[in-house]
Design a protein around this ligand. Structure first.
Ligand code: PGA
Ligand code: ZN
Length: 403
C-alpha cells in the first residue's frame, strides 16, 4: 500500500524476475464513469472506507497465478489476469489490483530487455504528445463553484514538447498573477490536478482569464483551450445546472456552439451525460472541435465501438485503470486508430509520482496527453518524464498530432 495525491490508499505492485524488476502504482478517479471497471475498496472505518487490504490480498492471488510466466508476454499475462477475475468489469479482483500488476509487468519486461519503457512498448516510437494542461479546476476536483471540471491550455502550435512546456508554465504563472489581482492572493490555491480553483461563477469568466494569460504571454497563435465538462456531474434530474442556469440538452448544445464561436477551443470532453450518445453526436457533427469521450466510453471496447458507430466522438480519453489491464487499454487505442479516432492518454485526479502514462503516450504515438497543470509533483512527474524522453530521443523526437 502507498498513498495517492489525495492521501488515499492505493497499491504499488512489484514484479521480480531474474533479469529485472518492474513496479507500478494504481491511480484513482474522483469523477468516475458509471461504466468503469470496479476499484476495490474495503469499506468500514479504516481510511474512511478507502482501504485496499482486499485488493492487496487479490494481488497475492494474481501473484500465484503469474509465478513462472514470461513477463515479456504481456498479452498472455493480462489474459490470465482477466481469466482469474472472470467478471466483465474486474469486480472480483479490483481494477486497482489488476492495473498495478499489469503495468508493473510491462516495466519488468522493459527492464529485462534493457530498453526504455516507451521503446519496449513500441519499438522506434518517437512522437512526443501535446500536453493538455488543466490550469483551472472545477467540478468534483475543486470547490471553485464552476460546473465544468477542467479548463485546459493546449500548446498545439509549439514546435517541440519542451517548447510546449515553456509556454504552459509561463501561462500558468501569468494566470496566477491575473487571479491574484482579480480574486485576491488566497484565490491561487490549487485543486486536485494542480490548476487554480478561485471562486468563479461562470464558465466564460474562467475562459476569459485564461485567454488573457495566453495573450499576455504572446502565445495566442500557438495555444488553444480545451474543456473537460464531466457533464454527468452537473446533469441533475434531466437538466444541466451550469452558470446559474438549468439547461435542457438542446440548450446545452447551443451553449457549446456559442462558446465555440467565442473562444479558440481545441476540444470538449464529456459535454453531455455519460449515457447520451446522441447529444455527443450532435456536437461532433458540427466539426468545430474535437469531441472527446471519457465517462461516455470508459476505455471499454464495446462502448468505444458504439460511440464511433454513432458518430458520438472523434477522440478517446484513454485511462488504463478504467478497464484494468494494459492489453485492454492498448486494444482500445488500436480500435480507435483503425477508425481514425484520436486518442488522449490521461492521468486520474488521484495520482502518484509513477510516470507510466508518459511512456504510454509516446508508445501509442497518439500525440496528446492530459496530465494536469504544471504544478504538484505527481503531475510534473509525467511532464518531466516526457522531457527526459525528448532528450533521450534527441534529433529523432517529433511532436504533436500524428500526420
Ligand atoms: P477523474 O477525472 O480522474 O477524477 O475521473 C479526470 C477526468 O474526468 O478526465
Ligand atoms: Zn474526463
Amino acid at each position: 500500500m502507498v498513498f495517492d495525491s489525495r492521501g488515499n490508499p492505493t497499491l504499488r505492485a512489484t514484479i521480480l524476475t531474474p533479469d529485472g524488476i518492474g513496479w507500478a502504482d494504481a491511480p484513482s478517479g474522483a469523477s468516475t464513469g458509471k461504466h468503469e471497471a470496479i476499484e476495490l475498496r474495503d469499506g468500514g472505518q479504516p481510511y474512511h472506507g478507502k482501504g485496499v487490504a482486499k485488493a492487496i490480498e487479490n494481488v497475492r492471488l494474481i501473484s500465484d497465478a503469474l509465478r513462472g510466466m514470461d513477463c515479456s508476454d504481456q498479452k498472455k499475462i493480462d489474459t490470465a489476469i482477466i481469466g482469474l477475475d472472470g467478471t466483465p468489469n474486474k469486480a472480483r479482483l479490483g481494477a486497482n489490483a489488476t492495473t498495478a500488476v499489469s503495468l508493473a509487468v510491462a516495466r519488468a519486461a522493459a527492464a529485462c530487455s534493457g530498453k526504455e519503457l516507451f521503446d519496449w512498448l513500441c519499438p522506434g516510437a518517437s512522437r512526443l504528445p501535446i500536453p493538455m494542461m488543466n490550469i483551472i479546476n472545477g467540478g468534483k476536483h475543486a470547490g471553485s463553484g464552476l460546473a465544468i471540471q477542467e479548463f485546459m491550455i493546449v500548446p498545439a502550435g509549439a514546435k517541440s514538447f519542451s517548447e510546449a512546456m515553456q509556454m504552459g508554465v509561463e501561462i500558468f504563472h501569468t494566470l496566477k498573477g491575473i487571479i491574484e489581482d482579480k480574486y485576491g492572493k488566497a484565490a491561487t490555491s490549487v485543486g486536485d490536478e494542480g490548476g487554480f480553483a478561485p471562486k468563479i461563477k461562470r464558465t466564460r469568466d474562467a475562459l476569459d482569464i485564461i485567454m488573457k494569460a495566453i495573450e499576455k504571454c504572446g502565445y495566442a497563435r500557438e495555444v488553444k483551450m480545451s474543456l473537460d465538462c464531466a457533464a454527468s456531474s452537473f446533469f441533475i434530474k434531466g437538466k444541466y445546472k451550469i452558470d446559474g442556469k438549468s439547461l435542457s440538452k438542446s440548450k446545452m448544445l447551443e451553449y457549446y456552439i456559442a462558446l465555440l464561436g467565442e473562444y479558440p477551443l481545441f476540444s470538449i470532453e464529456d459535454p453531455f451525460d455519460e449515457e447520451d450518445f446522441e447529444s455527443f453526436a450532435a456536437l461532433n457533427k458540427e466539426r468545430k472541435c474535437k469531441v472527446i469521450g471519457d465517462d461516455l466510453t470508459v476505455t471499454n471496447i464495446h462502448r468505444i465501438e458504439a460511440a464511433i458507430n454513432k458518430g458520438a466522438i472523434d477522440t478517446l480519453l484513454l485511462k488504463v485503470n478504467q478497464v484494468g489491464t494494459l492489453t485492454e487499454a492498448m486494444d482500445a487505442a488500436t480500435l480507435c486508430k483503425n477508425n481514425k479516432c484520436g486518442v488522449v492518454v490521461s492521468h486520474r485526479s488521484g495520482e502518484t509520482c509513477d510516470p507510466f502514462i508518459a511512456d504510454l503516450a509516446v508508445a501509442l504515438e497518439c500525440g496528446m496527453i492530459k496530465a494536469g497543470a504544471p504544478c504538484r509533483g505527481e503531475r510534473l512527474a509525467k511532464y518531466n518524464r516526457l522531457l527526459e524522453i525528448e532528450s533521450l530521443l534527441g534529433d529523432k523526437a517529433t511532436y504533436g498530432l500524428p500526420q
